[in-house]
Structure formats: C-alpha cells, structure tokens
Design a protein around this ligand. Structure first.
Ligand SMILES: [Zn+2]
Ligand SMILES: [Zn+2]
Length: 349
C-alpha cells in the first residue's frame, strides 16, 4: 500500500510499504479522508520531541475511514463500520486521564506522532486506543471528509464551550483560517450577540462571514481597536479567541477586553516568545485569561454529535482536495494561507 512518510525534517516521500495487519485486539481502517493541519506542517518542517530521528513516520491526525479488519478479541467494532479516530491516546491511569482529560496526559501516545497516522491507505489502530475510547462510530449523516474535520472542530469546542458565550456576548476572533472559522460556527451556535473577525486576507474574512461572522475587520485597511470601540460602544470585547501565533495578538486581545471579559489564547506561541501582561488591567477589570490545547474524547463526542445532527456544516471548510500522491502539494496549499482546508481523499471516494 501507499504511505506518505516523514523521513527527516523537510523530507516526506510516498513509499510502498506492507499493509498493516490487525493483532487480536486491533482494528485496521481503510482511510477515506485525511485533512492537513498546521501541526502536521510544523512536525514535517521541524520534527517533534517525541519523534526519533531516522524513524519514518506517517503524519496525519485528522482522519476517518472504514474498518477492513477487526481482531478476534475486538468488541463493538466490526468490518464495514464507518469510524473516525481521535489522535491523543491517554495512559488511562494518571490524574488527568482519570478525570477524562486524555488530551492533557503527560505520557500520551498520538497518531501522526508516536504512531503512524492517516496519510496512508490503511492504518492500524492498536487495542489500547480502542479501549481508551479513541474510535468513534460515524452517524450516517456525516461524510468521511466532514468526519476528518471533527478533530479540529473539537479543539475549538474545548475552547468556546467554556467561555460563557450567549446572546449578550460580543465575541472577537483574531485570525480567520479554518480554526477561526470553526470558532465562528461554534460562537453562532452558542447564540453570540455579535461576532467580530479580524484577519489581513479578505477571502478568509468573506468565508468567516459565510459561516456567521457579523463584523469583518481587514487589518490592512482598518484599525481593530477603533472598530471594537465602535461596535461595542466603547465597552470592549466579552470573549476573545486568538488564532494567530503572534505575541502582539495575544497582548492586544487582553487590551480589547471589556469588564469581566474572557480570552482564550488558542494558538500557541514559539518556545522563546513571551507576552508582557498588564496585570492591573486583569485585576481592575476582573478579566479571565484561559487557554486550551487539543480536545478530550468527550469534547470530540459532543462535536461529532453536533455535526451528526447537522447543527454545524463542516463541508464548506474543504476548499481543495488532493490524492495521497500529491501530499507535498497539499501541505504547501495548507501553508499558503489560500482557501481553507486541504483534504486528502483516497481513490475509492
Ligand atoms: Zn489538527
Ligand atoms: Zn494519562
């Protein structure tokens, strides 16, 4: 079978390798759709601390497909089932895993990092990942491509669901890539009073408008603080999400918050980057500063339910599809800032 493997930073090749075989407690999935994430691009360019040099690795942690083999001891999953997989498998025993935070487990395993991921025709899912709840049956209403996108959506759900968004909330989403768009959709679903989105590319802002943004701020033309002042009557932003990896964006988000405003620093920063913080503003305005990373299996289950009930439509997020052979083009497209999500679809689609 074909697998797109990362051999060393910067070097991905499509290799012919043996098709994986399920052990007694494993399943094998024929991958049908796999989307490309900024994390894949970062690992492809820089490697990962959990990834040993010289070990070829199949990237891809947003994928869905059909089970083609199930070991004799596997319960609840059978050949022909349509499934998706969450990438981070917790150890199941630590304090974080015990409260359901498998995404915060310090000794996690992950598809696309410590185990081969979705950029290949077939992927083996070991029994421990099945037993820790990382494999989800897909509702009939959800396509494979949409199912692949439930993973990034669930990371956004992890953030937005805890920020107290409601009808009187003004939400500011800084950054309008696929993640910003998911935050718009979720804020809309939570009934946000007004959704402001800032970005410096008009096509991305237009996409944000098509999924529910009320006010678009093209940063090449308008000053964000001025627009926020106008749109909130000088009160400021109730909920801000930063979806750009820039210290100055995080610093500005704090400055734009209203009394009792909340911010989620969604996009991480480079290791050496820090942000000067006006703690007097946090103190006297009663601000709440939060952050989230990844999603738990319960965030994922909720997100998949919302998509299955068609309360969210992820399909417009796919702006270009590729075959596995074109993985490099797909990665380049994902990093170009053009369009939204790059999706790899496999032949039988
Ligand atoms: Zn991702
Ligand atoms: Zn754990």
């Amino acid at each position: 079978m074909k697998a797109a493997r990362l051999h060393s930073p910067g070097k991905i090749t499509v290799d012919e390798i043996p098709t994986p075989i399920a052990g007694v407690s494993d399943i094998v999935i024929k991958v049908q759709a796999a989307s490309i994430c900024g994390t894949d691009r970062r690992i492809a360019a820089n490697g990962h601390f959990k990834l040993q040099d010289g070990t070829p690795r199949v990237l891809g942690h947003e994928f869905a497909g059909e089970i083609t083999e199930a070991g004799s001891e596997v319960v609840g999953y059978a050949v022909g089932d349509r499934v998706s997989v969450t990438p981070n498998v917790g150890c199941g025993r630590c304090a974080n895993c015990l409260v359901g935070l498998n995404n915060m487990c310090p000794s996690y395993e992950a598809f696309g990092i410590t185990m081969d991921g979705g950029f290949q025709e077939y992927v083996r899912i070991p029994g421990f990942a099945i037993n820790r709840g990382n494999v989800f049956h897909l509702p009939g209403s959800v396509t494979y491509a949409e199912a692949a996108l439930v993973e990034p959506l669930s990371c956004c759900y992890n953030a937005v669901s805890k920020l107290g968004v409601g009808p009187s909330t003004t939400v500011l989403i800084m950054g309008a890539g696929p993640i910003g768009a998911c935050h718009v959709m979720l804020s809309k679903l939570y009934g946000a009073g007004k959704i402001i989105v800032s970005n410096n590319r008009q096509p991305r802002l237009d996409f944000a408008a098509s999924v529910g943004a009320d006010v678009l701020v093209n940063l090449t033309e308008r000053d964000l603080a001025t627009v926020v002042d106008e749109e909130t009557g000088g009160r400021g932003i109730d909920v801000a999400l930063t979806c750009v990896s820039k210290p100055e964006v995080q610093a500005q988000a704090v400055q734009l918050l209203a009394t009792h405003g909340r911010v989620n620093f969604f996009a991480g920063l480079g290791k050496a980057q820090t942000v000067p913080l006006d703690t007097n503003r946090v103190h006297y305005q009663g601000l709440t500063l939060t952050g989230t990373t990844g999603s738990s299996n319960s965030d994922y289950a909720e997100s998949l339910r919302l998509v299955g009930e068609r309360r969210l439509d992820l399909s417009p997020l796919v702006s270009q599809t590729f075959t596995l052979d074109d993985i490099e083009k797909a990665m380049a497209y994902a990093g170009s800032g053009q369009g939204m999500k790059a999706m790899i679809l496999f032949e039988s689609n």
